[in-house]
Ligand binder design. Structure first.
Ligand code: SF4
Length: 758
């Protein structure tokens, strides 16, 4: 018997399932313990979170949602989950339609990209098998998404869609859920059929009775309340799976307890909080108001009964006492003495003291006597020989009495993976530089300058900031998972805003250049406005705005930046626009071959925002920055290698266009950038090539040590791997701290030299 059959039921179900012990549950298990319940939860979460793809991805990956079969074969849930995640749908009903339209093209692009990167050892048969597998997964995902969208009442648009405000009823959502569950195929002859039958029955009732339209959140809450069902345990069959069966443990609640006539009964959860749970004062109709209503003559006439807190408490105690009185045979009472969530002691309910008094026939017994009679509380550490499961064996082996001893050596011997992890941690904390700190000479050979892929300036800048982060990103190709997130009030991410602005600057520049339009003319204003509108419309189609206000505020920011851009162009009219978005080493264009100070030639790739021709025939290279102006936060020249893009781009443009470059400019055409221009003369940039050569030397030597400045970790994608913590403005990085302490080691000499003041 349990005062809290949900908590104890779930725990008993998990424990006995692993031990193969039969149990019957008198009041069933919560719906979420069944697969159909978890699917239903996924469906409601999906709607509630504005059709966010994340719950679907998780349900597919966990195997709760089976992807539809295609041609008799079922693709793996993990593969379809990956495909759905890669679509980067985020939220919003309308984005699914756009993603579905783009699915075939996306598949083709991925295949082409794979074909470019895979080695010759990949046979035609393998490739054909892979393409067929992908196609099958794509078809399955397409069917799944179409079914899902069709199952939803059209009145629900989700976040970012204007129809979000439309009222909807619990009945409509229940109808959608019933249709969604048609995708669910219960395992024949299992308890899943019973669970599905009960859920469908309840959904039908909701469809018939709950047609009042209301806000989406209220409709979902109503449906959830009506779906508080209990289902049979996995493997429990028959029309009455809740009845007490011979040969099985039986769990029930206090209300239904004492009816099975069993010789041994355990009553669990008799701690004070659980016994009196649910008998707090009603905040909407407090006891004083209830008593007032009772006292009124109308209530007396109507026979109204509004129980107060003491009434409910007394009723609970009566129910418990009646159940205890009905028990026969051996009875064991227990209570939870420790709340592991809050780390606090719990008190026993007075019913335990009463039981002690009855047992000892002594009504002077106190709570102190009760504690003495109970002795030390039991815990997962077994107090005697005789283990039930592997956890007992482990606990028993690494404990003496009820005290846990250090078991690290034993764990090392038994678990090779954990032993390797502990070894790595010890090495990282030691004072010798090891592979665990990023010293990997063999990896240098594989990733060094001999590789075919050209280097990009941003890649080398990352290397200068932290060689370890370069290794994670470019050698191991670790990628941070970035799922689009719904943020009320924010339409575009800084990256998306930056892309729109770059397209605006390019579109405007090309039109003015090709049409011979003077930037000072009124026509230029009109062109800019038109280009901005065009780009914003494209962005709206790709990323539905969360609300008209958020969209208007971000659109205004884009217009603002465009105006700053035009003002800058009018104030800086020296030279003419020649090239926009000039690629090298990408999009099929050859890389820029740059000669470094030692004479070796290294391929580079990149894309230059704009190149102008100056009156003297030389060139000016321009890179737009759409955020705020960056200060030189470092004492060392070129930020110790973190700012070598100007030098590399200037030299690359000279190589690609065959003309001399006079200067490189960072331009900040946005409200936050205040129209600032940072100019670098080419002759000042020569030193960047020597820095690039030093950085390449780090790769070739396999020196991928961590930065020695915690500030480099502040925005790094690999912070969780390196256990970086940020509190307010302070960043704590154990890796950076180790490097700082050991920067006198010879392997740090290049970094230390590059970071030194002049
Ligand atoms: S978190 Fe810090 S130490 Fe770790 S990879 Fe990033 S920059 Fe380097």
């Amino acid at each position: 018997m349990a005062t809290d059959p949900v908590t104890y039921g779930c725990a008993l179900d998990a424990l006995t399932a692993s031990l193969n012990v039969p149990v019957t549950f008198g009041v069933g298990l919560p719906l979420e313990r069944s697969r159909v319940g978890r699917l239903l939860r996924t469906y409601l979460l999906w709607i509630e979170q504005g059709f966010h793809a994340q719950p679907l991805v998780q349900a597919l990956a966990r195997g709760e949602l089976h992807p539809p079969a295609v041609g008799g074969d079922q693709p793996s849930g993990a593969q379809v989950a990956r495909m759905l995640r890669d679509l980067r749908i985020g939220w919003g009903r309308s984005r699914y339609a756009a993603a579905l339209d783009g699915l075939p093209e996306r598949g083709r692009q991925e295949e082409q990209s794979r074909a470019r990167h895979e080695g010759p050892e990949s046979s035609d048969a393998e490739r054909a098998r892979r393409i067929a597998g992908r196609e099958q997964a794509r078809r399955s995902l397409e069917i799944l998404l179409k079914e899902l969208l069709a199952s939803m009442p059209t009145s629900i648009g989700g976040q970012g869609d204007e129809s979000k405000q439309t009222a909807v009823s619990a009945a409509e959502i229940a109808g959608g859920a019933a249709r969604f569950l048609e995708l669910f195929k219960p395992r024949p002859g299992t308890e899943e059929e019973e669970a599905l039958r009960r859920v469908n029955e309840r959904l039908l009732r909701v469809q018939a009775a709950c047609g009042r339209r209301t806000a989406l959140s209220a409709a979902i809450a109503e449906l959830r309340a009506r779906l508080r069902l209990r289902v049979p345990r996995v493997g429990t069959l028959g029309p009455l799976p809740w009845t007490s069966a011979a040969g099985a443990l039986h769990l029930t609640d206090i209300e239904h307890g004492g009816r099975s006539g069993r010789p041994c009964t355990f009553v669990v959860g008799l701690d004070a909080d659980r016994v009196t749970a649910g008998s707090r004062q009603d905040p909407i109709l407090p006891d004083s108001d209830r008593e007032g209503i009772h006292a009124s003559p109308d209530a007396l006439l109507a026979g109204a009964l509004l129980p107060t807190r003491p009434d409910r408490l007394m009723a609970k105690r009566y129910e418990l006492a009646a159940m205890l009185a009905s028990l026969r045979g051996e009875v064991t009472l227990s209570y939870a003495a420790w709340d592991s969530a809050t780390g606090s002691l719990l008190a026993p309910d007075p019913v335990l003291l009463q039981a002690l008094r009855v047992r000892d026939r002594d009504d002077r017994r106190s709570f102190d006597d009760l504690q003495l009679a109970l002795g030390a509380p039991v815990s997962p550490v077994p107090s005697h020989q005789g283990a039930i499961d592997a956890a007992d064996v482990w606990m028993g082996t690494i404990s003496r009495g009820s005290t846990l001893l250090g078991g690290v050596d034993l764990v090392r011997k038994s678990f090779a993976g954990l032993a390797a992890g502990l070894r790595a941690r010890e090495a990282r904390m030691g004072s010798a530089l090891t592979s665990f700190h990023g010293h990997l000479p063999a990896a240098g050979v594989l990733t060094g300058a001999g590789r075919e892929r050209p280097f990009s300036p941003s890649e080398l800048q990352k290397l200068a900031a932290c060689p370890l982060s370069w290794f994670y990103k470019y050698a191991l190709r670790v990628r941070k998972l970035e799922d689009p997130e719904y943020v009320a009030g924010q339409w575009l991410t800084p990256l998306e805003r930056g892309e729109i602005l770059h397209s605006v600057f390019e579109g405007f520049g090309v039109e003015c250049r090709d049409g011979g339009i003077d930037v000072a003319s009124l026509e230029a204003d009109e062109i800019l406005e038109r280009v901005v509108q065009h780009e914003l419309a494209g962005a709206r189609a790709r990323v539905p705005p969360p609300s008209p206000i958020a969209m208007e505020s971000e659109a205004e920011e884009v217009r603002d930046a465009a105006r700053v851009f035009l003002t800058m162009e009018r104030e800086n009219r020296e030279g003419s626009w020649q090239w926009f978005e000039l690629p090298f080493g990408r999009e099929g264009s050859p890389p820029a071959m740059i000669r470094l100070p030692s004479g070796r030639v290294v391929p580079f790739r990149g894309q230059v925002d704009r190149v102008d021709r100056l009156p003297d025939g030389r060139l000016r290279v321009i890179d737009y920055k759409t955020g705020k102006v960056f200060e030189n936060e470092w004492d060392a020249p070129f930020g110790g290698g973190r700012q070598i893009q100007p030098g590399i781009y200037a030299r690359a443009v000279e190589g690609v266009l065959g003309r001399e470059v006079a200067s490189f400019e960072y331009r900040f055409p946005s409200g936050r950038g205040l129209g600032v221009i940072q100019t670098h003369r080419t002759d000042e940039l020569e030193a960047t090539l020597a820095i690039a050569e030093d950085l390449l030397g780090l790769i070739e030597a396999g020196v991928f040590v961590a930065t020695d400045e915690a500030a480099d970790c502040t925005w790094c994608d690999f912070r969780p791997i390196c256990r970086v913590q940020t509190k307010g403005w302070d960043t704590t990085s154990p890796r950076a701290a180790w490097s700082r302490e050991h920067r006198t080691l010879p392997e740090y000499s290049t970094l230390v030299r590059l970071r030194a003041k002049t």
